[in-house]
Design a protein around this ligand. Structure first.
Ligand SMILES: [Zn+2]
Length: 425
């Protein structure tokens, strides 16, 4: 990115600049410095997965940078259930193995006893005459799995086996921790005679994590543009393109905007627990009152913006956010294309709440076409990001040219959307 001297002069003479110059102020070396900081945390802690030491170190880094720039930083803490299967279920009937799958959020346990059918297990009547300590066998359907499990606990069953109504094994979920007996699913042909043993081995707990949020003191606080990126990574790797890149861009824009005067206030959000189901952004949007929701003019999402084998994707959001991104790439003479606006990242909850959303995205695990390789360079018939959700999503997996362009794109979009107060819809 270019540093334009006139913009710097405006800043030194007036202190605050009405002239944005954000595109010039946001430079690639500064953005990359945040990427490096997150990469160092990755080397130290392995990843930034929800509930990990790496996530906490990353949240603290973001807070430090924002505070140093002069922001008041808010932390929004929330909890989420965490579940992991330690080893596959082992089920036998009269000593013969039966293929079974542990239900998510089933506790660990090893229980033996006679099997006893309990209908669908959805109603008290299904459990009439059920013998305490027996292994309950219910059919799929009629009510959520959790309801069956709660009834089985009530009837003091030793374990619960749910029989699929369609061919194949049944993999179900109890939605959250709390069930106190092992629960497994089986295929319709499974038979339970003689003594049945059910053994599960899982780790199920409640984790606590947080979103980190800051807002400009300048600009109308009743008309806010939100700029967000998920701060967590998967457990498999350090998540530097996904989504250290987005975090770095948002953080540097925040740093530069601390001295600027947008018309709309800009809120910067670093979401927790995106990789396990958009939990942080969903928690945030659900926690907004109707009045707070109405004050959000739009939400711009950044999730993977420095992809090695990139394409310049613009979420197909059909609003001023998409237009602002398109204008930027056109002005630079760079190719760009629409990408699915399907709710796969943190803009999803905003979309669902009726808040105009959008953003840019330079590619994940999908395959780049030969035509795209001609337009953007790079390799056709290969993944945009070969290290997506892998151990190799390190600093080596960051395309600095793409990071540079993405930083400029977002700066230019924010100029358009926050310094000029046009409609975002
Ligand atoms: Zn991501």
């Amino acid at each position: 990115m270019r540093i334009v001297v006139t913009a710097a002069l405006v800043l030194t003479t007036t202190g605050l600049s009405a002239d944005p110059g954000l595109d010039e102020a946001v430079t690639e070396p500064n953005v990359f410095a945040h990427v490096q900081a997150l990469a160092e945390i990755g080397e130290l802690h392995g990843n930034r997965a929800v509930g990990s030491a790496g996530y906490e170190a990353s949240a603290q880094y973001v807070e430090r940078v924002l505070r140093a720039a002069g922001y008041q930083v808010t932390s929004q803490t929330f909890t989420l259930p965490h579940y992991r299967e330690v080893s596959p279920a082992v089920v036998t009937a009269a000593g013969v193995p039966v293929t079974a799958a542990t239900f998510a959020y089933s506790p660990s346990g090893r229980v033996s006893g006679p099997a006893q059918a309990a209908g669908t297990g959805c109603h008290e009547a299904d459990w009439a005459g059920f013998r305490r300590g027996s292994i309950a066998v219910t059919n799929r359907g009629g009510c959520p799995f959790r309801v069956k499990a709660d009834w089985a606990v009530w009837a003091e069953a030793g374990a619960l086996i749910v029989v699929n109504s369609k061919p194949g094994e049944l993999k179900g979920s109890l939605s959250e921790p709390g069930v106190t007996l092992p629960v497994v699913g089986v295929a319709p042909e499974a038979r339970f005679e003689g003594t049945v043993t059910v053994e599960t081995s899982t780790a199920s707990s409640t984790k606590s994590t947080r979103n980190v949020i800051a807002q400009t003191t300048q600009g109308d606080p009743d008309d806010v543009l939100v700029l967000g990126a998920h701060l967590d990574s998967v457990e498999a790797g350090p998540g530097i393109n996904d989504n250290g890149s987005g975090v770095a861009v948002v953080l540097e824009i925040a740093t530069q905007m601390a001295r600027m005067r947008p018309e709309r206030a800009v809120r910067f959000a670093f979401w927790g627990a995106e990789e396990v189901g958009l939990i942080g952004s969903t928690h945030y949007v659900k926690g907004l009152s109707p009045q707070e929701k109405a004050k959000i003019a739009g939400y711009v999402n950044l999730d993977m913006v420095a992809t090695k084998n990139h394409a310049n994707g613009i979420y197909d959001s059909d609003n001023a956010i998409e237009d602002a991104a398109r204008e930027f790439y056109e002005r630079r003479g760079l190719p760009a294309e629409e990408v699915a606006f399907d709710g796969r990242s943190d803009y999803g909850p905003f979309m669902k709440a009726g808040i105009p959303a959008g953003g840019i995205f330079t590619g994940a695990e999908d395959i780049k076409t030969p035509e795209q390789a001609q337009r953007y360079g790079g390799s056709g018939n290969q993944a945009y990001d070969p290290c997506y959700h892998k151990l190799c999503d390190t600093i080596e997996n960051v395309n600095r040219q793409v990071l540079d362009v993405s930083g400029d794109a977002v700066a230019s979009m924010v100029e358009k959307l926050a310094f000029d107060r046009g409609p975002v819809r």
